[in-house]
Design a protein around this ligand. Structure first.
Ligand code: NAP
Ligand code: ZN
Ligand code: ZN
Length: 351
């Protein structure tokens, strides 16, 4: 074992602060990574505040990790010291169930091991995430990061990127389709970029008038202020596909009504309480309402390679580790532009 410093929530109402962490020494299949940057996902905030009622304290969040390989175990052939690598929301899974065999580890029937707030399969310890200087991860859950991309702006791809890329690919979003993205936060801004890159006609729905010009700059063809009832009424029945990336409770039926017959609304935002769904909106137009969870390891690598080829990264605001509480407060006010990324060089050396 070796020690490093991490930033942890010790209770749902406590401010995050430094703690000493023990990391396992790399085993034969492990990659030890020196973390350079870690994105700040709204899920980190949900978990640190125990909004999903499953947090194990102390909790070290962070599942948008980019770093350089420090050392590798004896059986590791795909990675070498110095490589630029990423780790997303998963660090292990059963690897044997039908979902794992198909590369959908996020839907592992036994349950994948999350990068933080999970139980390790071997040893039974609790996983600690990327708000930390170092992490040790099995090579099967480590991604290669294209060297040509800015590593800090790559970090958000490991969750916000794959969570939007995967449903847009699964539902075959592309040319000739009118596609809505709801909420311009970390996920939503990547959804806009990918939907545009896939050739769709992209409409952003936002509650923030201040984000209209950014929405257009990021790739939306149109931006609709969702608080404007008249503007929303004009969009009824016009969409093939809508991706909802809103972190808080909101009126989902306002978006179901915008779908064409047989259109699909996919929920990726994860509010803490259930959303009421109008059955009549679904059945009158045979509309589909679905959800989607991150993406599997093969698809995450595909997404990173796609971003390398098409020069796609997140729009980020770099913060110091000790600014994390301010970043959370701004996220709660929808004041993100469009992902906070922690510069891990600002992590204290000791507790
Ligand atoms: P974020 O950066 O905080 O963005 C959320 C955006 O939602 C806000 O910027 C805002 O956009 C909009 N919003 C916030 N409150 C709203 C309200 N009351 N009504 C309407 N719109 C509101 O969050 P994120 O990191 O993108 O995460 C979004 C959600 O996805 C979170 O719940 C997170 O836990 C979840 N998530 C799910 C997965 C998955 O696998 N399914 C993966 C990662 C994250 P506007 O200002 O444009 O309105
Ligand atoms: Zn996330
Ligand atoms: Zn499995």
């Amino acid at each position: 074992m070796f020690s490093c410093v991490g930033y942890a929530a010790t209770a749902a109402d406590a401010r995050l602060g430094p703690i000493k962490l023990d990391r396992r020494d790399p085993g034969p299949d492990d990659v030890q990574i020196d973390i350079l940057y870690c994105g700040v996902c709204h899920s980190d905030l949900h978990q640190a505040r125990n909004e999903w009622q499953n947090t194990i304290f102390p909790c070290v969040p962070g599942h948008e990790i980019v770093g350089r390989v420090a050392k590798v175990g004896a059986s590791v052939t795909r990675f070498h010291a110095g490589d630029l690598v990423g780790v997303g929301c998963m660090v292990d899974s059963c690897r044997e169930c039908p979902s794992c065999r198909e590369g959908f580890e996020q839907y592992c029937e036994v349950g994948f091991v999350p990068t933080y707030n999970g139980e390790e399969r071997q040893g039974g310890g609790i996983t600690f995430g990327g708000y930390s200087r170092a992490v040790v991860v099995d090579q099967a859950f480590v991604l290669k990061v294209p060297e040509k991309l800015d590593p800090a702006a790559v970090a958000p791809l490991l969750c916000a990127g794959i969570t939007t890329y995967s449903p847009l690919r699964h539902w075959k979003v592309g040319p000739g389709q009118r596609v809505g993205i709801v909420g311009l936060g970390g996920l939503g801004h990547m959804g806009v970029k990918f939907a545009r890159a896939f050739g769709a006609e992209v409409v952003l729905f936002t509650t923030s008038a201040s984000k209209v010009s950014d929405g257009l700059r990021l790739g939306a063809h149109e931006v609709v202020l969702s608080k404007d009832a008249g503007a929303m009424a004009k969009e009824r029945g016009r969409f093939d596909f809508i991706l909802d990336a809103v972190a808080a409770n909101h009126d989902i039926n306002a978006y179901l009504d915008l779908l064409k017959r047989d259109g699909t609304l996919v929920q990726v935002g994860a509010p803490e309480t259930p959303l009421p769904v109008s059955v009549f909106s679904l059945l009158m137009k045979r509309r589909n309402f679905s959800g989607s969870l991150i993406g599997g390891i093969p698809e995450t690598q595909e997404m990173l390679d796609f971003c390398g080829e098409h020069d796609i990264t997140a729009d980020i605001e770099m913060i110091r580790m000790d600014q994390i509480e301010d970043a959370y407060a701004r996220m709660l006010r929808s004041d993100v532009k469009y992902r906070f990324v922690i510069d891990m060089a600002t992590m204290p050396e000791s507790v």
